[in-house]
Ligand binder design. Structure first.
Ligand code: IMP
Ligand code: MG
Length: 179
């Protein structure tokens, strides 16, 4: 890790302010409906998920799903697999998938396909970050925290080879010696 340095891209305060706005939109959109089934995509979304859940006033339920599409590097392996399934049935529920970052779209494209086969009432997606330039597969997202440029980011749940998840800010991971 000594060979890398971190530059803050989105501060903790900016993250929290945006999450309050997203939660307000979600409360308005789901008004009059049953509980929202929040699905956390492990592991990167875990901090966003917990802050978003606390900011939503509408009743929620929670479950967790593990998806892996990346090896230990910064680029997708192109292969997506389910590493941990849900514990509960989502049939007939309004599902809100909570993801850390939408990059190529392979992960969410695959996940939506898997979830649709389980007959939820509806599926929506909330992603904290979106790198639109990187899209390979189309994904329709309903709530986006921030659009970011094509840079590799860590912190607030996001990792590089499992490091940096605990950072309070979203940071760009830059090689030491770069601009
Ligand atoms: P996609 O399948 O290419 O859309 O990638 C989605 C997953 O790749 C995310 O859930 C992250 O786990 C990981 N990922 C993509 N970009 C980054 C990044 O900049 N930093 C950390 N993880 C990333
Ligand atoms: Mg992820």
């Amino acid at each position: 890790m000594a060979e890398s340095k971190l530059r803050v891209l989105i501060s903790h305060n900016q993250l929290q302010a945006r999450i309050q706005q997203l939660a307000g939109e979600i409360d308005r959109d789901y008004a009059g409906r049953g509980p929202i089934y929040l699905l956390c995509v492990l592991k990167g979304a875990v901090l966003f998920f917990s802050d978003l859940a606390r900011a939503i006033s509408h009743p929620v339920r929670m479950d967790f799903i593990g998806i892996s599409s990346y090896g230990k590097g910064k680029t997708s392996s192109g292969e997506v697999k389910l590493t941990k399934d849900l514990d509960t049935s989502i049939e007939g529920y309004d599902i809100l998938v909570v993801e850390d970052i939408l990059d190529s779209g392979l992960t969410l494209n695959y996940l939506v396909h898997v979830l649709e086969q389980r007959h939820p009432k509806s599926i929506r997606i909330a992603t904290l970050l979106d790198k639109p330039e990187r899209r390979v597969r189309p994904v329709r997202v309903d709530y986006v925290g921030f659009q970011i440029p094509d840079e590799f980011v860590v912190g607030y749940g996001l990792d590089y080879a499992e490091d940096y998840r605990q950072l309070r800010d979203i940071c760009v991971l830059e090689p030491e010696g770069s601009g």
